[in-house]
Design a binder for this molecule. Sequence first.
Ligand code: CP
Ligand code: NVA
Length: 308
Amino acid sequence: MRHFLTLKSFSKEEILEIIKIAQNIKAETKRGEFVPYLEGQTLAMIFEKSSTRTRVSFEVGIYQLGGIGLFLSKNDIQMGRGEPIKDTARVISRMCDMVMIRTYEQEKIEEFAKYSKVPVINGLTDDYHPVQLMADYLTMIEYGKSENPIVAYIGDGNNMAHSWLILASKLGFELRVATPKGYEPKEEIVNDALSFAKESGAKIVLLNDPKEAVKDADVVTTDTWISMGQEDEKEKRVKDFQGYMVDKNLMNLAKKDAIFLHCLPAYRGYEVSEEVFEEHANEIFDEAENRLHAQKGIMVWLDKHKII
Ligand code: CP
Ligand code: NVA
């Protein structure tokens, strides 16, 4: 049985296999065919943080695959009142066929997976957002940006930056991450990426200058400066991130046909200008829709690997 906790435990071939399944299911869905690959199955969805896309895409996704989603917010389950994670895992995994969790520490989801009898999917932790990256890569393919692309990530060295590091280093493309000083990605995750890059041929570049990062890039991406759980740091962060907004001047340094991706929610006037956001709205909202398709691919793949 496999879990989907970070892309670190997936090979390039497996990542591409999941993408292929997602593409097929997307094509079927677009033709109005809803194939019940997961008929009668239940996906438990535990949310300790807010969500629009993750909740809607997983709930609609499992429904379209012939199953049902169970929305469990931290306020509604005993885990929120201190029931141990390992007990919650042992109970829920005896009743449900798959579990998706959005939480804070990565260790929490690892602990849940350790005690779960069914596959566990990371729907975002402080360290990673792997399901988002599957949707992002699917979008890159659709926009013709998957062959040796240069990707520039501008902003906070957070869960999105970490996930880009792992995706790029697994698949073998060039990723430049530009963060303000003091907001670099975690050293341990950078080291993991550098070791995967040795095998894949990826080029991983860590910078502090957004202009240098964006030069001739095929894909430019960013994320909020204030992630969930960091609300108290807003004032300091907004000050520290000055100069890191993806605006027209910065975007002009990328390739002429570069795309702009954003996992959303986006904060205009902070990490991205209104102008850049609206100019690239097609890509951004295709990316958001692709959460649905990519996650169906992940769920179907995990189900297939339950029996091995
Ligand atoms: N991108 C993303 O995960 O969005 P939500 O927080 O709305 O789920
Ligand atoms: N880095 C953001 C991503 C939101 C989808 C956060 O963790 O809040």
